[in-house]
Design a protein around this ligand. Sequence first.
Ligand SMILES: *Cc1c(COP(=O)(O)O)cnc(C)c1O
Length: 809
Amino acid sequence: MIMTAESMKEAIVDRLETTLGIPFDQATERDIYVALSTLVKEQVSKNWTRTTQTYKKQQERQVYYFSMEFLLGRLIENNLLNLGLLDVCNEALQELDFVPEEIYSQEHDAGLGNGGLGRLAACFLDSLASLELPGHGCGIRYKYGLFRQRFVNGHQVELPDYWLKEDYAWETRRGEQAVEVRFGGTVEMNDNDGKLTFHHKDYETVLAVPYDVPIVGYQNKTVNTLRLWSAESSSDDFNFFGSDRTDYYNYLEYKRSIEQISEFLYPDDSHFEGKVLRLKQQYFLVAAGLKSILRSYKKKLGLPLSSLPEKIKIQINDTHPSLVVPELMRILLDEEGLTWEEAWEITRKTVAYTNHTTLSEALETWPTEMVRDLLPRIFMIIDEINERFCKGLWFDHPELRDQIPELAIIAYDTIRMAHLAIVGSFSVNGVAKIHTDILKKKEMKMFYSLYPQKFNNKTNGITHRRWLLHANPELSAAISEAIGDKWIEHPKNLIGLLRYVDDKSFQEKIDSVKRYNKQQFAKIIRDQTGIIVDDHSIFDVHIKRLHGYKRQLLNIFHIIYLYNTLRENPSLDITPRTFIFGAKAAPGYHFAKQVIKLIISVADMINSDPLIKNKIKVVFMENYSVSLAEKIIPAADVSEQISTASKEASGTGNMKLMMNGALTLGTLDGANIEIKDMVGKENSFIFGLSADEVLHYYNHGGYVARDIYNTDDRIRTVMDQLINGFFGSDEMEFKDIYYNILSNNDEYFVLKDFDSYEEAQELVDQTYRNRSKWMQMSITNIAHSGKFSSDRTISEYAAEIWGLRSTTV
Ligand SMILES: *Cc1c(COP(=O)(O)O)cnc(C)c1O
């Protein structure tokens, strides 16, 4: 085991010269990274094997977290940190005359996710291993992760993210554990003495090959597994090779079509796209994952299948993997010969479902025909589940007879995946209190009345190890200096900081850490954009996917208003501010891309206007990602969480920023509400319509955006600037934004909330002038952030949904 900087240095040099064949004095940063990461992986391997063996022997319950996305970011620092080797390694690299960050950044972010949902899955894996819980991830090894974003003339351009170009240090290919997944074909039904059997034939076989990534617990011996599946053609497909030359070309085409399945991640996290390839990906994940779970269950335990729910729980991250329900049924019925009742009992006790959104455009509804063609047997099973469910409603709930079409799993030639997931699971959870309440009271009201015991809340969380301990070592050190380092194991201990809220020297310490982080990030801004920002200004941060409901538009409208005000009165006394954006728009989301273009146009204009005298700057950082987030968040003063109330299920960016001492400027939406409840209204900047008010307007009308346009001069000026050529030569460039608001009546209430947002922003400006007050608020936020550690979230899942016990390796 490596323990000291000295032995780390020796090991790196030795690895370079013996294994890689590179003399140390010729080693590039990439070479050092390769030596280091393979070294770390070896350190992990023994405990990885031991963990797997322990779970095998113990026969304790295990959880599998099925998710189409795992937004891991880089693992090198995280693994070093959890192994207790990060400081040692930093020292070793420095002594070798390398800058540690330059070495670590050789690792390509594993960007196998769009945003919050995929990042949540990654935080959960970290917490599972750190809490010594037997829980694993199951996902897809996309060849291309989320696109890389570039700005060209202010427009977003998407570039492929070929993250596997160089070997991925952390994965292990397990070819011997590959499984087959079947698509297409037909189903033959036979009657064997009254018992129906189903024979699937003429299908196409896809080989699913697992690549395992170790998930290292924090300073314990647990190393769980993230299993990512890759699609390959089975090489023994000899029936293609006839005498005809075209057979070979057909074969190559066939091979390509199969590898296509794990080729890329769909880059949209809020619009359902009914593409058959996406459906293939979903079934591929589910079928491969279940097959490997059942194989090891049967091999090691020798238990009857009826005990499956005792030993295994499957959590599905949104409805994307909800085909686990019919696929598990298929295995139990067709391969294991169980009766429908037996199979249904097992399935329903095994699967649990997490809902992530109430946005109707995000709901998954697959055309029946598509499912029937691609997955004929699965379709039959869904159809049967639906028949039995509807029959049950008819007989057992006569009061709901009129509602059957609304509740059905299949209706109007589409399959409603959320309904399938609710009916086929034992737990349905939302991801923040308000979100779960909306599910119960509105979105899933009737299902709630049917199955009240299934519904529960699990407010999201983030791993404080990555987002505080690793991302902000200076703040972490200052915290430990004040309250000791027990908070690292028990993040709720951060509450001890409340004793230091009024302590001037602690305030100054936290202030100087924030200043330092801002200076560091100002350098990154300068290097990447050429923009010089004032590190004494307020760093006002709006980072998340670009979407109408997240209202980057409200932010930029306010900035334009501020700019207009300053142009009229250049000597206006405002607190200097740097507005920082980071966001990717889905490639096909025209409106979102226009908003990016608008923000960049405004930024160009303001940043180069001498009248503004550097009082405000606007920066849009390219390619928002986990690694970039880790640099922005420690430098943030203000956390923009300004979604249209009721639309953001939880948010997790809000938690990361709070934990790093940023103050929330937000609506009463998602977990913002729980943040506000913890820190108090006086330690946050809350504004805008409530969820109830928004929902009331949606249901009963009464809001007319044009009235606000007509009566509020500030807003009319800003809106008109969109179409009068103010931001450049093309007058019509932003017309779609203009008309989206006025003709579609501003579906996200941007104009409606403008006034109260402006007021809140004014309060931010005033409050920041009193540094001591600001630091009190900031420290209060950090103190309460322990609740939002994903350790808390995962403990709740383990206790209340999974019944999972920790296992010390
Ligand atoms: C945390 C995170 C998100 C989610 O941010 P929200 O503000 O909750 O939408 C998205 N992308 C990345 C890279 C993240 O780290």
